[in-house]
Design a protein around this ligand. Structure first.
Ligand code: SAH
Ligand code: SF4
Ligand code: F3S
Length: 439
């Protein structure tokens, strides 16, 4: 349900642009790739109406916070940032602060009350009202569209399905992002062409549950969409995020195997390696089913990188349930695992259960799986030493060395002379748990 933009209260000061030229915008962002895509879309919209996005905080006239609500920690960070911005605003009269992102639905009004220096709150799904207001406010200072900051972005996120229809009991996302809504395939293809025309080499198709994508007209799914995007001339690489095990179909693995741009990588969050815990999480699959999916993926796409998300310390997680997760991680040997301690989210089904795993136990379990996975990731990367990898160079580090990613998504540093956008075939010379060196 879209939330109307909350207006600045009467006590708030007028917004004035300092100095000459177009107002400068600083966008602060936290959370998942959806927020990155939203922040990029905001930058574009600001540039179109004549503001200059990409400004440092120190020089900005307007700061926009794109927030996340998935865990308490993410909310704490946004609250802390808002606190810091009080002094920033006082430093130069006329500055303004807006908040959007996933905290807005639940906390927007409260934030406006609590932080008296906050000027605007708007729903990222309906930014038009806010943008129109900004256009009015800065009217005198706007001189038509400004060029986007010279973008060296080679990799872009492209949202294909918004929202989520799953109801995992721990998760706030369906509440803050709404029901699933797939974008028309034609529109996505046009976006992909536009991005490639602007120099993007790698596109990640995005959705909270990306593999439940269905074209609203034809009903075509993600594999068909991938086939369409794969044909965009000039595109080098395509990935997709995040998949739900329920819709990880053989067709999807065939698309990865057959399409030239499709990268050999699958991020498939499992959350727990215990059936009873999965049931309490309402994940709708068993561990055995999940393992069969991975087996199928590995058989159909040799060398595929498998990554996952894990929550430790979910309500009622027994030592035996935790051990089952530990055991599953040992069995699968994922390339990377994102591990989080359970954080209760008001409004979710699990919120009604006691958050009964003590903080120390959550932390101890978290570190046990982190240690395990560090060893696994290290060994898997070590096994690549001596092999050939394809690297898309994304930029140069401070020491001038090029870095980029393999098709499987592994970070690589190289001594080979190269610049952003180059695609190199390199031999892996050494490896840690987190990255490879190649020459
Ligand atoms: N749509 C994706 C990701 C959603 S949020 C999916 O279905 O997997 C990203 C990750 O945050 C989740 O995979 C989960 O591991 C973690 N997460 C979500 N809610 C959480 C909570 N309440 N506490 C801790 N971690 C959580
Ligand atoms: Fe949250 Fe589950 Fe939807 Fe992922 S699939 S966004 S974890 S409700
Ligand atoms: Fe956070 Fe919203 Fe993403 S809650 S994880 S930014 S969808």
């Amino acid at each position: 349900m879209p939330l109307p933009m909350a207006e600045a209260a009467p006590h708030r000061e007028p917004i004035v642009v300092s100095g000459d030229g177009a107002p400068r915008v600083h966008i602060w962002q936290i959370g998942c790739q959806m927020n990155t895509a939203d922040a990029d879309a905001l930058s574009e919209a600001f540039a179109e109406i004549g503001l200059r996005p990409g400004a440092d905080l120190a020089e900005a006239d307007l700061t926009v916070l794109v927030t996340c609500a998935v865990r308490q920690h993410a909310e704490d960070k946004a609250n802390a940032k808002l606190g810091e911005l009080k002094a920033w605003k006082r430093d130069r009269p006329g500055r303004a602060i807006a908040v959007t992102g996933c905290m807005v639905g639940e906390h927007g009004g409260e934030l406006l009350r609590r932080f008296r220096h906050l000027d605007y709150v708007f729903d990222m799904r309906e930014p038009d009202g806010f943008l129109a207001r900004v256009r009015d406010l800065y009217q005198g200072a706007l001189q038509g569209p400004v060029p986007l900051p010279a973008s060296d972005r080679l990799c872009a996120y492209l949202p294909v399905i918004l929202g989520c229809n799953e109801m995992c009991t721990y998760c706030i996302v369906p509440f803050v992002r709404g029901r699933e809504l797939s974008r028309p395939a034609e529109e996505i293809e046009a976006d992909a062409r536009r991005l490639v025309g602007r120099g993007v080499a790698e596109i990640t198709l995005l959705g909270q549950n990306v593999n439940s994508y269905r074209d609203p007209d034809s009903g075509a799914g993600l594999p068909e969409l991938m086939r369409l995007v794969d044909r965009v001339p000039g595109l080098r690489r395509m990935r997709f995020l995040t998949s739900h095990p329920r819709n990880a179909s053989p067709d999807l693995f065939s698309a990865i195997a057959e399409l030239g741009t499709a990268c050999e990588q699958l991020h498939l969050p499992v959350q727990s390696g215990s059936d009873s815990c999965l049931r309490r999480m309402k994940r709708e699959y068993s561990v055995a089913e999940y393992l069969r999916i991975l087996e199928r993926a590995r058989r159909r796409v040799p060398g595929i990188a498998l990554t996952t998300d894990i929550i430790v310390g979910f309500c009622g997680e027994t030592e035996a349930e935790f051990e089952a997760t530990y055991h599953m991680l040992e069995t699968v040997q994922f390339d990377t695992v994102h591990i989080q301690a359970y954080s209760p989210r008001p409004g979710t089904a699990a919120y009604r259960r006691a958050d009964d795993i003590p903080r120390e136990v959550k932390s101890e379990r978290l570190h046990r799986v982190l240690d395990l996975q560090r060893g696994i990731s290290h060994r898997r990367n070590q096994a690549l030493v001596g092999s050939q990898v394809e690297v898309l160079v994304e930029g140069l580090g401070q020491d001038g060395r090029p870095f980029g990613r393999t098709r499987q998504g592994r970070l690589v540093w190289s001594d080979a002379p190269a610049g952003a956008g180059d695609v190199l075939s390199l031999t892996v010379t050494s490896a840690t748990a987190w990255q490879l060196a190649a020459g």
